[in-house]
Design a protein around this ligand. Structure first.
Ligand code: ADP
Ligand code: MG
Length: 254
């Protein structure tokens, strides 16, 4: 939210920066794929912070390193060199079990193709994020909060539209109270109208619940709804801007 950006110096003063993502060594963050001649440097000297309650968009062309970066923040991939700090703790030093817990508890992931389990209903997919007994009906409440009522909860992904499946995946990310929600091209598989509805939902989650969210996209207009935008090019940060007046998602056209 803009408030979070306004609070930025306070967060710094308190040491309250949530995530210091430094992806590499000696202050020169890097991520290589492969070895020798076939080596690809996917990220090079990428360093930035994410602030509590903001919507941050990482913008860039296909192949510029967006998914690699998101996966590193989410503890699904490790940088070749460098650090990823959450509340000052370097997750790249975690043992497997700690990293698994980090992914389970701290991170909500939303993918382009939803990544729902096909043999589970909408509600069962959401409950995957919860402890075994959901006595408080958190799963149902999360689905209702994304606009999916009783009629949809028992349906399987194959019985739902793309937009509905993405709503289920958003509920799955929300229900566990993650510190940060990471979205990798969340509208990439949707038509414009449905995509805009999903962006509205994501923006409301940030604005109304104070959720911290990072969205990666190659669709330039989507960046106008963000509180802050970091543009990547060929694995490097090209520029960074704060949107003083982020657009409402419903007004975005692409
Ligand atoms: P984006 O999400 O912005 O499209 P990626 O992070 O997927 O970009 O990829 C960044 C670069 O790293 C690209 O050149 C891509 O081909 C390369 N890359 C990504 N994953 C792998 C991998 N597992 N092995 C080899 N190269 C990879
Ligand atoms: Mg990608």
């Amino acid at each position: 939210m803009r408030e979070a950006i306004a609070c930025l110096p306070i967060y710094h003063a308190l040491g309250g920066t949530l995530y210091g993502g430094t992806i590499a060594t000696n202050q020169e963050p890097e991520k290589y794929y492969g070895k020798g001649d076939s080596q690809v440097k996917a990220l090079d000297d990428v360093s930035f912070d994410v602030y509590k309650g903001e919507m941050l968009v990482l913008l860039g062309n296909s192949g510029c390193g967006k998914s690699t970066l998101l996966n590193i923040i989410g503890g699904m991939d490790l940088p070749t060199e460098g650090q990823v700090l959450l509340h000052g703790e370097d997750i790249t030093k975690y043992k497997d079990k700690e990293l698994t817990n980090y992914r389970k508890e701290k991170i909500g992931f939303i993918f382009q193709f939803y990544n729902l389990l096909p043999d589970l209903t909408a509600l069962e997919n959401v409950r995957m994020s919860l402890p075994k007994k959901d006595v408080d009906h958190k799963g149902e409440k999360a689905l209702e909060s994304v606009g999916l009522g009783d009629g949809k909860m028992k349906q399987y992904p194959s019985q739902m539209s793309g937009g509905e499946q993405q709503r289920v995946s958003i509920a799955r990310a929300l229900v566990k109270g993650a510190e940060i929600i990471l979205c990798d091209e969340p509208t990439g598989a949707l038509d414009d109208k449905t995509g805009r509805k999903i962006l509205e939902l994501l923006q409301n989650i940030v604005r109304e619940q104070g959720q911290t969210m990072v969205i990666v996209t190659h669709t330039t207009p989507i960046a106008d709804m963000a509180d802050r935008v970091i543009t990547l090019r060929s694995g490097k940060i090209e520029k960074e801007r704060v949107n003083e007046h982020p657009l409402d998602a419903k007004d975005i056209v692409w």
